[in-house]
Design a protein around this ligand. Structure first.
Ligand SMILES: NC(=O)c1ccc[n+]([C@@H]2O[C@H](COP(=O)([O-])OP(=O)(O)OC[C@H]3O[C@@H](n4cnc5c(N)ncnc54)[C@H](OP(=O)(O)O)[C@@H]3O)[C@@H](O)[C@H]2O)c1
Length: 324
């Protein structure tokens, strides 16, 4: 019988339990997929801990790549045997096999492996919308990205460089500085040792940057606002250090006329066509060598608990996948 990680309760990594599951047959608009690689994302820890509430018991995980075993009677865009990837609710990607709505899947080209696809979907789609839709990053600009050596962080600077832009990155330890530089950051700050906003202002001749991409949240939010230039855009897209405190608009937003947004993937890729287009743009970047993916570590699905422990302890230095 296929195995899946099931959450019965919210809590620490110990609540991740591997169980046998009945998968069943797909409904009319669904497909049954055998997963070959599963993406690990920081958001998985929010679902596990309860920071983002979910109905329990529940599967966990948004992202995987695999092969279609069976298609529902209404499904016309996929066939049995197609290679697909997905990065969306319903939760349950931490599974060997499962049934998903066909509308969340995209086809993956032959040039992209299951492991690459499972690494690229969430992190690549996030990067795609952040720097082409949320903020239209232009050649010659320099922006700031936090957690530069992380999963999204490694793709972000490579993509920004391919547009002719530069990125200042922050990292939590000296050993991550080299990794961030190898991934295209032009200046890297260890924010556990240095006041990053002061360093960004120094680096930009006190002007500040036009946009900050902040997935760290609580610990970096105010510093990020401080190093934005007049009318700059604060893009708060995650909370690895904890959720944000309420924002004091007159004190923190008004003086420089800043823009503030808190976006998610689902708001930018609202149907299957948009998803496939967004994913194809990522696959093209990989095909033409604009983005290189170095998977930092592969864990067995049964070791998801260890993967979560390492992610939250900031031990991971790049994207990680689970092998079912
Ligand atoms: N809104 C969206 O559409 C969307 C989509 C995907 C991801 N995200 C968000 O983007 C961020 C990055 O996601 P990811 O999956 O690629 O994760 P990741 O960057 O690989 O891991 C999170 C990183 O955050 C940094 N961090 C800073 N303070 C931390 C703390 N107190 N505890 C743990 N980590 C801390 C760590 O890097 P250092 O040690 O270098 O500080 C850590 O490696 C997350 O916040 C995630 O929720 C948002």
């Amino acid at each position: 019988m296929p195995k899946s990680i099931i959450l019965k309760n919210n809590g620490g990594p110990e609540v991740l339990e591997l169980q046998d599951v009945e998968v069943g047959t797909p409904g009319p608009d669904e497909i049954k997929v055998t997963n070959h690689a599963i993406g690990l994302n920081y958001i998985d820890t929010y679902h596990r801990s309860g920071l983002y509430p979910i109905k329990l018991p529940s599967g966990i995980g948004l992202e995987a790549a695999g092969k279609i075993d069976e298609v529902g009677s209404n499904v016309t865009e996929f066939n049995k045997g197609d290679n697909v990837a997905y990065a969306s609710v319903p939760l349950g990607a931490y599974s060997q096999q499962r049934v998903i709505p066909s509308k969340i899947a995209v086809k993956i080209p032959e040039s992209i492996s299951y492991e690459q696809a499972a690494t690229l979907m969430t992190k690549g789609l996030t990067t795609n919308y952040l720097l082409t839709k949320t903020y239209n990053l232009k050649a010659g600009e320099t922006v700031l990205f936090h957690a530069a050596a992380g999963g999204v962080g490694q793709i972000f600077a490579q993509w920004a460089n391919s547009l002719g832009a530069k990125v200042i990155g922050t990292v939590g330890s000296d050993e991550k500085i080299k990794i961030a530089k190898e991934n295209g950051y032009s200046h890297v700050i260890n924010y556990s040792k240095t006041d990053f906003s002061k360093e960004v202002l120094d680096f930009t001749n006190n002007e500040g940057v036009p946009a900050v991409f902040d997935g760290v949240g609580k610990e970096t939010f105010l510093g990020s606002l401080a190093c934005l230039k007049v009318r700059g855009m604060m893009i708060s897209f995650g909370n690895a250090s904890g959720p944000l405190d309420p924002v004091n608009v007159p004190k923190h937003i008004q003086p420089k006329g800043l823009y503030l947004t808190r976006p998610s993937i689902g708001q930018y890729f609202t149907n299957r066509k948009e998803l496939q287009t967004g994913a194809d743009q990522i696959f093209e970047k990989v095909k033409f060598g604009k983005i290189k993916i170095n998977i930092f570590k592969k864990y067995k699905l049964a070791d998801a608990k260890q993967a979560h422990e390492d992610l939250e302890a900031r031990r991971l230095k790049g994207p990680v996948i689970l092998i079912p």
